[in-house]
Design a protein around this ligand. Structure first.
Ligand SMILES: O=C(O)CCC(=O)c1ccccc1C(=O)O
Ligand SMILES: [Mg+2]
Length: 375
């Protein structure tokens, strides 16, 4: 398995997957509904090289709205193993469509990338950077934002204050669940609580129409926002482009998230629809595809930000490697581990001072996931 895949005449590999279900500590309120739990699959690809077994680890954690359903993900993964879960000769990635089943493709492509990185002794970040021709060498830590869900102004401000006290200097607040006036009060309360030294982002998850979005951003501009994420529905690239145009100068920069999944990064760039592109490896079909999208955004003058879909520790760690491979990456939405009540394994990249360390290799995290690898 020197290549990232089994094909090209490489030896047969076994692809295993097993399900997990993790509750959030408390529901995360978004304009697209509450996220309460995360169901997914740990994926292991096992191959042999010169008599030693290499096991690469991946994770597929679907989130309908961003990825395929759990059922579709499960079916796609089931289709990969032979009749008795035995070894397959063909390239398992060939059977996975990144648009139709991005989470499944994420899981399997990550497992192959982890295996290849382990074999070469490199960190996943270095392997990804090599594959995408990125220079310089990936960073040893990435800046991250705290993720603050919907709640009333006092609770939102208290949570923001806790995050700032923990060392976060960038916060992302979910908005769009309540009316614009209520969100303005929430953002005002947060700004007052954390002061001017903390960057604030808001994420409306597509909740507003054009008129509401304009009104919301005009009012929110007073609080010096770093950006507003998905202020309009995913499809409305034209509306996003004009929101960006009319707000330029005095206004709030525009970020897209759902639009990238629905329309693709190239359509977003062509439409001049955003200043920032939020990229979710789980929704884009894998770490490799996410880094490629980030570099395309960068080349077009759009700032890439990598985030999770509230993934378990394997996919979260992979996303840290992706972010580290992007030169001078802006704060990313990767500090979502603490939102989970439990996890698959201890976290090899605990947040400290608003940053997550990139674990030493080889692969995802050296020996940190060895127990998962055996299961
Ligand atoms: O970006 C972050 O801070 C965390 C990730 C996040 O907000 C998120 C998590 C799950 C599903 C959707 C989203 C989103 O960015 O809209
Ligand atoms: Mg978002």
């Amino acid at each position: 398995m020197t290549d990232d895949r089994s094909s090209d005449g490489g030896p047969p590999v076994a692809v295993r997957h097993h399900p997990f279900a993790l509750d959030l500590t408390r529901p995360l309120g978004t304009a697209n509904g509450e996220i309460r739990s995360r169901d997914g699959f740990v994926i292991a690809v096992e191959g042999e090289r010169d008599g030693t077994t290499v096991v690469g680890l991946g994770e597929a954690t679907p989130l309908p709205g961003w990825t395929e359903s759990r059922e579709a993900c499960s079916a796609a993964l089931d289709g990969l193993s032979g009749p008795d879960g035995d070894r397959v000769e063909s390239d398992p990635l060939d059977g996975l469509n990144a648009e139709a089943t991005p989470a499944a493709r994420h899981g399997v492509s990550l497992a192959f990338a982890d295996a290849a990185a382990r074999e070469s002794g490199a960190r996943l970040a270095d392997r990804l950077a090599d594959g995408a021709d990125v220079d310089p060498t990936p960073a040893d830590a990435v800046p991250v934002n705290a993720t603050v869900g919907d709640a009333d102004p006092a609770e939102t401000a208290a949570e923001a204050e806790r995050a700032a006290a923990e060392g976060f200097d960038c916060l992302k607040l979910k908005v769009g669940v309540r009316g614009v006036d209520a969100d303005v009060e929430r953002v005002r309360a947060v700004r007052e609580a954390v002061g001017d030294g903390v960057a604030l982002r808001v994420d409306a998850n597509g909740a507003w129409d054009r008129e509401t979005a304009r009104r919301a951003l005009d009012a929110l501009a007073a609080f010096d926002l770093a950006y507003a994420e998905q202020p309009l529905p995913a499809d409305d690239l034209e509306g996003l482009a004009s929101l960006r145009e009319t707000g330029r100068g005095s206004g709030v920069p525009i970020a897209v998230d759902e639009s990238v999944g629905v329309r693709g990064i190239d359509a977003v760039l062509d439409a001049d629809a955003a200043d920032v592109a939020v990229l979710k490896p789980m929704a884009l079909g894998g770490p490799d595809r996410t880094l490629a999208a980030a570099l395309r955004a960068r080349a077009a003058g759009i700032d890439p930000v990598v985030t999770t879909t509230i993934d378990a520790v394997v996919a979260r760690t992979a996303a840290v490697h992706v972010a580290a491979a992007i030169p001078d990456v802006s704060p990313c939405g990767l500090a979502t581990g603490p939102l989970l009540d439990e996890d698959l394994s201890p976290d090899p990249c605990p947040v400290a001072d608003g940053r997550m360390p990139v674990p030493p290799g080889p692969g995802l995290a050296g020996g940190a996931f060895d127990e998962l690898r055996r299961s």
